[in-house]
Design a protein around this ligand. Sequence first.
Ligand code: AMP
Ligand code: ZN
Length: 469
Amino acid sequence: MKLYNTLTKTIDEFAPVNGNCINMYTCGPTVYHFAHIGNLRSYIMEDALEKFLNYAGCDVKRVMNITDVGHLTSDADSGEDKMLKGAKREHKTVMEIAQFYTDAFFKDCDALNIKKPETVVPATSLIPDFIHMIEVLLEKGYAYQAGPNIYFDTSKISNYYALTGHDEDQLRIGVRDDVEEDTNKRNKADFVLWFTQSKFEDQALKWDSPWGVGYPGWHIECSAISIHYLGGALDLHCGGVDNIFPHHTNEIAQSEAYLGHPWCRHWFHVQHLNDHGAKMAKSTGNILTVSVLKEKGYDPLVYRMFCLSSHYRKPLEFSYDVLDNMAATYQKLLGRIAALKKDGEADPAQVEAYRAKFIEQVGNDLNTSSGLTLVYDVLKDQSLSDATKRAVIGDFDQVLSLDLLKERETEEPAADEDLVRLIEEKIAERKAAKKAKDFARADAIRAELAEKGVIIKDTREGTVWELKK
Ligand code: AMP
Ligand code: ZN
């Protein structure tokens, strides 16, 4: 497939280099709070990527960490420990918080048809690996001890900013305003590999280490977990764009310093979900969760479809209006699919031809919205039997995961293909009438459709319709 690579800043051909296998690492959630639907946008798109690679014939070996230690409220190693903050807020232990929010995360993933990666690793389960990696970095001269902590020396890396394409001063703007300088650092960009107890008096989770009792920095976990489970040559590393700096930049620095050779060849980053123009973030407290959407009556798969209908490299603005339209679109689509006759045999050649189209279109930088459009093309294609349509749609749904063929208890009333065509013609005619200020004709068309049991609604995105229940 063709896939944008943050490292090369171009859309590269992405294919397995080792037999048919792709090693894929995903930065998992920091489990001090519920995942918000912004976080879940990243996980939905990563899920679609994994499933697409499978669909195209690759074996994907995927690992995800769970950040249950070391992530401070500022990505630049200052501020409170996020896990401790969560534990205090809820009067629970850090491990209770970690377990509760890890379970909640996978429940949300389930509701959104996000497949759980085959290997999920809590950071606290691999502390000896982190310590070993830090020891090697110290031995090789990439790390130093200063004051109470062990730091990575970024001046030892000639292309430290390779992933960002920007230098330190440009990156500081807007990213680190609230950060107090750590005078132990030799260089501004240096970061902590290991904190000792002097950082927080009441640090809950601490481990013995050659440098005193303490706990790991956030970045080391992803390097060590990835190398432990996927080896020293990683094919694909994923996360949201906010992970590019400093997290992924630091992962590359320490992994390559440790290994002594290049590490990950392809970096995939998902743009943010925004709310009122700003990134949805756990730290602001102003977050929307899958539970909130459910309480408001939305099927979580409507949110999945909303994400799939937009390109992962474009910021996505959340609004209930758009979600309402998506809910109507989803219901209509399910209705059209449910109306397809279930008997008969699919034509394998036609299924194969559509599969090739899907691979070509979605394989163009994970263009999931083209994949959705293809579903409509299939429904409209008069050369396909209903059985073939169902087979093709079921095949696409291996990637889209919108439960398109699932039998539902309360099916929406279904419109047959002829009615759908008629409705679309009438809506176009009504639009032309309104444009010509012939409102009487426009009203007559609305009434005519109502008689056929079709309700139309004008929205900002155009006219939508549904069948009377
Ligand atoms: P966290 O739990 O904060 O470590 O973040 C989990 C994942 O969500 C990371 O890959 C982040 O880059 C990503 N992420 C955070 N905020 C957003 C957002 N508003 N939109 C999309 N992805 C996000
Ligand atoms: Zn990570």
